[in-house]
Design a protein around this ligand. Structure first.
Ligand code: DGL
Length: 265
């Protein structure tokens, strides 16, 4: 059995390309339709109602592209809107929270886990709930790190100011002596080096993007929905605002150039 329909991914903007990159790596034969809601980014400062409404519209767009699976790459949209999306649409929809939580619960030895994210993700409590559901004895320490998003978008991945901001943010997580830290925002995998530098080598960093890619592969495989073997998948990028800034930043997130991104009419 095979299914040639594309995999749909959406994010509030460019950050979800960290997820697209991992999905491309694990599923080289799949076509990917990526939608970045660049006209309305950031989601991390917005309310549940607003993020959910935007997310529904994003999935509606992907459904027009006849996707076989929707991946909510945005941690904020996954935290605030995933349950509602699952009730609204018949296509399988997965978010980044549960896969990240599972990986963190499996990695921790001391049962002390930290989670970083946007303020909306952190105040939703979604990661804490998901981790405690798997390991009720795990204590979870959370920290909103909103300045990381603009630093990454500026390309300041390893500047002194970035290291200083990371040191400030990570104080409570270090004090809690966690051994596992979830990078619960699309942008944070690009700061892995800085975060690891501050936390030290004894802390395992969980990349939610990698975990959700594994989940996507497992779901498609189990449902017989993988593309025919030997096919080379294509990427299609759509954005809700003028594409040039997205195209420029995409290179940083994907580590390669993209030819074009379209703005749906
Ligand atoms: N994509 C968002 C997330 O993963 C970060 C950027 C934003 O605030 O929209 O939470």
């Amino acid at each position: 059995m095979s299914d040639g329909r594309p995999v749909g991914i959406f994010d509030s903007g460019v950050g979800g390309l960290t997820v697209a990159k991992q999905i491309r790596k694990l599923l080289p034969g799949e076509d990917i339709v990526y939608f970045g809601d660049t006209a309305r980014v950031p989601y991390g400062t917005k309310s549940k109602e607003t993020v959910t409404r935007f997310s529904v519209e994003n999935v509606e767009f992907l459904m027009e592209k006849d996707v076989k699976l929707v991946v909510v790459a945005c941690n904020t949209a996954s935290s605030l809107g995933l349950d509602f999306l699952k009730r609204c649409f018949r296509v399988p929809i997965i978010g980044v929270i549960e896969p990240g939580a599972r990986a963190a619960a499996a990695a921790t030895r001391t049962k002390r886990v930290g989670v970083m994210g946007t303020n909306a993700t952190i105040s939703s409590g979604a990661y804490e709930r998901a981790i405690r559901k798997i390991g009720p004895k795990i204590s979870v320490v959370v920290r909103g790190c909103p300045l990381f998003v603009p630093l990454v978008e500026e390309g300041w991945l390893n500047k002194p100011v970035t290291r200083q901001v990371a040191s400030e943010y990570l104080v409570p997580l270090k004090a809690a002596r966690i051994d596992t830290l979830v990078m619960g925002c699309t942008h944070y995998p690009l700061l892995k080096e800085v975060i690891q530098g501050v936390m030290g080598p004894g802390v395992t960093l969980v990349d939610s993007a990698k975990e959700v890619a594994k989940e996507a592969r497992n779901i498609l495989d189990a449902a017989g929905l993988l593309n025919a073997p030997g096919r080379k998948g294509k990427d299609f990028f759509y954005v809700s605002d003028e594409p040039s800034r997205f195209i420029r930043m995409a290179e940083r997130f994907l580590g390669k150039k993209i030819k074009c991104a379209r703005r749906p009419v």
